[in-house]
Design a protein around this ligand. Structure first.
Ligand code: PNS
Length: 161
């Protein structure tokens, strides 16, 4: 069983993430989408909400599972016996951000990171930009599944002003 982990904040999951997850699912026997916390980013959705959205959004792939993790991604990979971390790269900025993490993770436990080039159409799609566009009433329907757009709208409306 060749198991890989697709880690991220997924706050919320986008079509860019889903492109990478689906392609990883075609390469590995099993893919565990793992939602963790990026200490340098503030979050809108709590972990349970992010896991619920990911579970719904990845339903079409029988070999994709969703989990939360709290500590280091390398420890999570070891716990579930994953041989690789899969990350999508939208461009050079992503590469510069991801490369030291991949090198650190390999240094820590030897886990490999596999980079998949993001689809060209998703080059500008990020959870942060989607939240900003949605917060000002912009149309995000091209970037996230409809149910995610709805939950984002509800979440933004319920925030204290
Ligand atoms: O979607 P993001 O915000 O780029 O996801 C980053 C995330 C959560 C995958 C990354 O910050 C992470 O792996 N955090 C867990 C803590 C950890 O292992 N940090 C050291 C990485 S070298």
């Amino acid at each position: 069983m060749r198991r890989a982990v697709c880690p991220g904040s997924f706050d919320p999951v986008t079509y860019g993430h889903l492109d990478v997850i689906g392609r990883a699912a075609a390469i590995f026997d099993e893919v565990v989408v793992a939602t963790g916390s990026n200490v340098s980013k503030s979050r809108l959705f709590d972990p349970e909400e992010r896991i619920a959205m990911l579970t719904e959004a990845t339903r079409e792939w029988p070999n994709v599972k969703v989990a939360g993790f709290g500590g280091l991604i390398v420890d999570f990979c070891r716990e579930i016996d994953a041989i690789a971390i899969v990350k999508g790269l939208r461009g050079a900025t992503d590469y510069e951000y991801e490369l030291p993490m991949a090198q650190m993770n390999r240094h820590l436990t030897g886990v490999e990171t596999v980079f998949l080039p993001g689809a060209v159409g998703n080059a500008f799609v990020s959870s942060s930009l989607i939240k900003e566009v949605a917060a000002f009433g912009g149309d995000i329907s091209a970037f996230v599944p409809a149910f995610v757009a709805e939950r984002l709208t509800e979440k933004l409306a319920s925030r204290p002003s």
